[in-house]
Write a protein that binds this ligand. Sequence first.
Ligand SMILES: NC(=O)c1ccc[n+]([C@@H]2O[C@H](COP(=O)([O-])OP(=O)(O)OC[C@H]3O[C@@H](n4cnc5c(N)ncnc54)[C@H](O)[C@@H]3O)[C@@H](O)[C@H]2O)c1
Length: 371
Amino acid sequence: MGKRNTQQINYLKKLFNRKFRDTYKNLKVLVTGSTGFKGSWLCYWLNKLDAKVIGIGLKLEKDNIIYKSLKLDNKIKQYFLDINNFNKLNSIIKKEKPDIIFHLAAQSIVSESYKNPIETIRTNTLGSTNLLEIVKLNKLNNLVFITSDKCYLNINKKKAFNEKDILGGNDVYSSSKAAAEIIFHSYHSSFFKKKNKFLNKVTARAGNVIGGGDFKINRIIPDFFRSIKSGKKLILRNPNSTRPWQHVLEPLSGYLLLGKKILNNELKNNFYPSWNFGPQRINCKKVVSIIKMFYNEINLKENFLIKKEKKMVEAKLLSLDINKSKKEIGWSPILNLNECVKFTSDWYISYFSNEDTERVTEDQIEYFSKK
Ligand SMILES: NC(=O)c1ccc[n+]([C@@H]2O[C@H](COP(=O)([O-])OP(=O)(O)OC[C@H]3O[C@@H](n4cnc5c(N)ncnc54)[C@H](O)[C@@H]3O)[C@@H](O)[C@H]2O)c1
């Protein structure tokens, strides 16, 4: 692919301008979890919006490809730091005084929470509490606190969870996120909520996200592309679990929109300060169905094996009610399932073909912003 000329670059800037550029241009934005899958996409998008991006995250894992592919080293100010280190985290945030924080840092893998439950709780619950306390101490204004759709107590009922449903978790990852939510809400009631003021600290709960550049272990789409690369059979452990599939740009657009609303004082104090970001119900599909769509998209014969996991309990049904986000902040998902699968496949194929994945990322954000 060739380089873009100035005219093309100006055209792209105009497109990026459409939704968020006026809000984020020149703003100091701190993203925790900047080295991860969603954090890297978010930092890249914010950089395109001309925000001054500061990242906090652990050192890159050896199979991390997204942070490097997007050349974030040259685009953001990165601190490699454990959020469990209160004093270091506090001194960086105190020094940087960000205009807004997007908190994504977490131990994000359910199976890992079976192996390392304490570590999962330490980061997801206590590390997140460190951040809340630092926000409070430094009187920072704007925070979007990202948890997960898994924060809801899931007893496999055929219902979509709304924001006021009971929180809980059968696995430690889910309970660590539910606990982070409960603590956020205590901070909200005890310290953040002010009479006659607008909301400026909120939580966001999104579901399973797919998209280019995710290479975490024990996530089904990265596992799928690893199996394609190696030629080995893909192992499906929970083929009949239904998940709310969405492209990474969907929840990120929700986070950016929430950020815009709090920065512009548009969220009334009486709103419940949490919002779900999930796909339309039609995008809730079984794991096995989505995998078949991927084989079809890249034109390869199905090559998978079903192996039931006995030890790990993952909820079978999980879907989010997104009416609150539609009504209160005007957010709706944009991409259909075929587009999500195509975007994701295009990204990995360009990566495996040594093409310019930064350009693919930019094009996908552009397409998304235009829709
Ligand atoms: N990917 C999904 O499908 C999904 C679904 C729902 C919710 N989430 C949530 O969204 C957020 C981002 O998810 P992701 O997929 O990008 O995860 P990821 O695992 O790819 O990235 C996690 C990020 O957090 C950082 N991190 C982990 N422990 C840390 C610590 N102790 N100190 C500092 N940084 C630390 C990592 O370095 C990395 O930057 C997480 O909170 C996750 O739980 C993700």
